[in-house]
Design a binder for this molecule. Structure first.
Ligand code: 0YR
Ligand code: MG
Length: 371
């Protein structure tokens, strides 16, 4: 079995209500720049990164996939995922300009496509290929009702609908707006609407400095918030360590970290409690598993960020013992051949062969296909 062709693609999927904001970003579409890796066996593996649908940089990612990494892949056996990962990760020319950023996002998409291929060639869903299920079900928490640009009425209405009609027992709210007082009012309104039994997570997307993060954490604790996510600048390990020693509110972070050794530093410093690695930020599933094992050895729960909209992370969470909870955002469900399914707040276990990354034929034909 050998790789015959790399076919790049770029999907841009509309987000909820035409546009969402967090403390740091406002977007109208979610981007999935990726690659279809074709083999002589007829199998095709799909992998993609997760972006804010900025076409010029999406094009840089797919160009890096085809022009940078492509020559290292053509003719190779795609089932040799680990050997290929080593070859690509340590390639001197790409490493010189990479180790994070564009080249790392490109490598992540390729690694995901290779695992998709491997699972399809084995005729198994990825979670079974990875050793089967560590847990029989994975709980979903929903982020898609808590955006910072939602009115207070929409915020409370969406969260109530998710809990009362869709069966979620956990929702996430964005904080980090212009005034901390407004953040607290929004959390208080949702807590009052949902009662004490539903878990509320909060996410500041890197907005605060240390004193603000300390003040916010001390006030959020009053509403029984489960965690504060990305309270400070994404790479600021010392800042997160100082925050952790100053307050009792657990810290969640990791969606912006590119490398396993960054997670090592945060974990060793006691700067994170809920570890959130993302296969589309790291160099794919291969590097994600290193992070999940490390977190597990420190007894830290792994609650992945879903730059893939949970399509592949649902597989990883079934297989890895550190995972019991996973974020859900629905932006790719209309573009995927086998969209992730959540019922009564639980992910349904996927049984289709592969890693859940195959776009529909319509998606590949109609949205910004890169020829
Ligand atoms: O932080 C997140 N989840 O935890 C969301 O992925 C981001 O808010 C979106 O990508 C918009 O920037
Ligand atoms: Mg986040």
């Amino acid at each position: 079995m050998h790789i015959t062709k790399l076919q790049p693609f770029i999907l841009h999927a509309p987000v909820t209500r035409g546009g969402i904001s967090d403390s740091t970003h406002s977007i109208t579409h979610w981007g999935a720049p990726g690659v279809a890796i074709h083999c002589d066996s007829g199998h095709v593996g799909y992998g993609f990164s997760g972006t804010h649908a900025h076409l010029p940089t999406d094009r840089m990612i797919v160009d890096c996939i085809t022009d940078g990494f492509g020559p290292l892949l053509t003719g190779r056996d795609p089932r040799e995922v680990r050997d290929l990962w080593q070859t690509l990760y340590y390639n001197p020319q790409l490493r010189w300009v990479g180790r994070s950023g564009i080249t790392h996002l490109a490598l992540g998409a390729i690694d995901i496509a290779l695992w998709d291929l491997k699972a399809k060639a084995a005729g198994e869903p990825l979670w079974r290929l990875l050793g089967g299920s560590s847990q029989k079900s994975v709980e979903a928490y929903n982020t898609d009702g808590g955006w910072l640009n939602w009115s207070l009425q929409d915020l409370v209405g969406d969260c109530r609908r998710m809990v009362e009609q869709e069966g979620y027992r956990a929702v996430k709210l964005k904080v980090g707006g212009k005034r901390l007082g407004d953040d607290i009012k929004r959390v208080e309104a949702v807590r009052n609407a949902l009662g004490d039994d539903v878990r509320i997570m909060t996410d500041a997307n890197g907005r605060w400095n240390l004193p603000t993060a300390i003040e916010a954490s001390r006030r959020l604790v009053d509403y029984d918030v489960t965690w504060i996510e990305e309270p400070m600048q994404f790479d600021d390990c010392e800042g997160h360590r100082r925050l952790a020693e100053s307050t009792s509110l657990p810290i969640a972070m990791g969606e912006q970290l590119y490398m396993a050794m960054q997670f090592r530093d945060f974990i060793q410093a006691g700067a994170v409690h809920y570890v959130q690695p993302d296969i589309v930020r790291l160099a794919g599933i291969t590097e994600w598993w290193q992070v999940a094992d490390l977190a597990h050895s420190y007894a830290l729960p792994v609650v992945p960020h879903v730059g893939d909209m949970a399509q592949t992370h649902q597989h990883l969470c079934i297989a890895h013992p550190a995972c019991h909870l996973l974020e859900y955002i629905p932006w790719l469900r209309d573009w995927m051949k086998y969209p992730a399914q959540v019922e009564c707040g639980q992910f349904l276990t996927p049984e289709d062969p592969g890693a859940g990354t195959e776009p529909t034929a319509e998606a590949l034909d109609t949205i910004n296909k890169v020829s």
